[in-house]
Design a protein around this ligand. Structure first.
Ligand SMILES: Cc1cc2nc3c(=O)[nH]c(=O)nc-3n(C[C@H](O)[C@H](O)[C@H](O)COP(=O)(O)OP(=O)(O)OC[C@H]3O[C@@H](n4cnc5c(N)ncnc54)[C@H](O)[C@@H]3O)c2cc1C
Length: 444
């Protein structure tokens, strides 16, 4: 049994002993809307409904808010284990919120400030980097506009692709989408790349500060692992793993696509065929991180260090946190099948494989033992079961729209439902806000 589930079940036992069922905001104040999940979608939905004067309760399985925003302070300073960047700040609703309302400082990322090490351990020249960079840009643009919807992206890769181009496909596509080229559907915008305008920025104080701002005043009930949603025209009831029952007029369900795909929540009546199909066909990608804290920095003073390994895809990208937090810390990434394989290894083997790749890039440098590390296994996280959604072969963006259509007294929200910015923070936030509007339009 997982420790978290044990804790939840422990709470459950004591709650039912006390006869706690249908807990509202006090006996005489019924809940208008239950929101399942206290990530950005859930919080955005709750906030809009509360501003409209509705009584909202957010049920969250974890013991924290934020969901796939997960800021660790275990090393003594904030490190993002989930989302890191606010992408495209010129049309990202979260940017003004973070900077002007939550007063958070942001640091832009310059992706051109980068070095790429080839399989021979030698850094690419500037012209080689530029050539490979413009090739991948052309490839992605033409694949998106190819009209060959449903074709695996791998089929559009030209014969005779160079090793450098193959690496770009991993770094710019597989890492971005969290899936392999033969899984990703051509013909659609993928990842978070669509219509993003402006810089990408980091929040050194931690994205959990933004979550704290968004969740202030919201009634979040922690350790509430929702297992059953009864969704009738006249109202809803929700049952948790602990057997606690909540009732309300409407419900917004923001659990990640991975959780829906694993059928961890039972719906009564069962989901309509179109929604079940959308859940089944959409894809949940995987991106994992390893944070290595060193006693001193031995790497290039570049923001991005890329590793075209002899083991393609392994520790393909490192982000240098030194310029952002002033500490010798590297954030490494693995995606898709490489991330799945790495996640099966014990921690010590994962750190060793990362150090071996760094040594390949810096053979003449003394690489000290890390003084601390943090790593993620998002695919095993029971309340995420993956990192973010994508359009696989056999699906289409219309599946996101289908999933977002109100059904009886329920609306789904979350990054996977966002048509504009799927797989992102602003996508999750916007979809939660939209869901609240849909609920208000239903009339409560
Ligand atoms: C490693 C990684 C890196 C990323 N990098 C970026 C980035 O740099 N920039 C960016 O914009 N986006 C990034 N993303 C994506 C971004 O984090 C998500 O799109 C966004 O946080 C999703 O928000 P959400 O509200 O839709 O879902 P979540 O944040 O997952 O919220 C859903 C909530 O539902 C809860 N829940 C699940 N099951 C149950 C249940 N049965 N009962 C009750 N509650 C439940 C979960 O605990 C969670 O709190 C990244 C994601 C990952 C994993």
């Amino acid at each position: 049994m997982r420790r978290r589930e044990f804790i939840v079940q422990g709470f459950a036992a004591s709650a039912s002993l006390l006869g706690v069922i249908s807990p509202g905001l006090g006996q005489d104040v019924p809940i208008d809307v239950i929101v399942v999940g206290a990530g950005l979608a859930g919080l955005a939905c709750a906030k809009r409904l509360m501003n409209a004067g509705k009584k909202v309760v957010v049920l969250e399985a974890r013991q924290r808010t934020g969901g796939r925003i997960w800021t660790s302070r275990q090393l003594g300073y904030p490190i993002e284990l989930g989302a890191s960047w606010l992408h495209g700040i010129n049309n990202n609703a979260l940017f003004p919120l973070a900077t002007r309302q939550a007063y958070l400082r942001t640091v832009p990322t310059n992706y051109e400030d980068m070095v790429t090490f080839g399989p021979d351990g030698l850094p690419w020249s500037l012209s080689r980097t530029k050539r490979a960079g413009s090739w991948i840009e052309r490839f992605v643009n033409s694949a998106e506009r190819s009209g060959r919807s449903g074709t695996p992206l791998s089929r559009l890769v030209p014969a005779g692709v160079t090793p450098d181009q193959s690496f770009e496909l991993i770094a710019d596509v597989v890492h971005e989408v969290g899936a392999e080229l033969n899984q990703i559907a051509a013909g659609y915008p993928q990842g978070d790349g669509r219509d993003l305008k402006g810089a990408d920025v980091l929040v050194p104080a931690g994205l959990d500060e933004l979550v704290r701002y968004l969740s202030s005043g919201v009634d979040v009930r922690f350790g509430q692992d929702v297992r059953l949603i009864k969704n009738a025209q006249k109202g809803v009831s929700v049952t948790t793993l602990a057997g606690v029952v909540y009732k309300a007029k409407k419900i917004c369900c923001t659990v990640p696509l991975g959780v829906l795909q694993a059928s961890k929540i039972r719906f009564d009546p069962p989901l309509p065929a179109a929604k079940s199909m959308a859940i089944k066909r959409l894809g949940m990608g995987l991106l994992d991180k390893l944070i290595l804290q060193f006693p001193f920095s031995f790497w290039d003073p570049k923001q991005l260090i890329r590793n075209d390994s002899v083991n393609p895809g392994l520790w393909a990208e490192w982000y240098n946190l030194m310029p952002v937090i002033g500490r010798p810390v590297l954030m490494g990434f693995n995606a898709a099948s490489t991330a799945k394989q790495v996640a099966r290894l014990p921690d010590v083997a994962i750190v060793a494989s990362a150090l071996a790749e760094l040594k390949r890039c810096y053979p003449s440098k003394t690489i000290p033992a890390p003084s601390g590390y943090l790593l993620t296994r998002w695919g095993d996280d029971p309340y995420a079961l993956g990192s973010y959604s994508y359009i696989p072969v056999g699906a289409a963006p219309s599946y996101r729209v289908e999933l977002g259509r109100p059904w009886n007294s329920m609306v789904f929200a979350g990054e996977a439902i966002s048509s504009d910015f799927p797989a992102t923070l602003q996508g999750a936030y916007g979809s939660g806000d939209e869901a609240a509007k849909k609920i208000l339009a239903m009339g409560i």
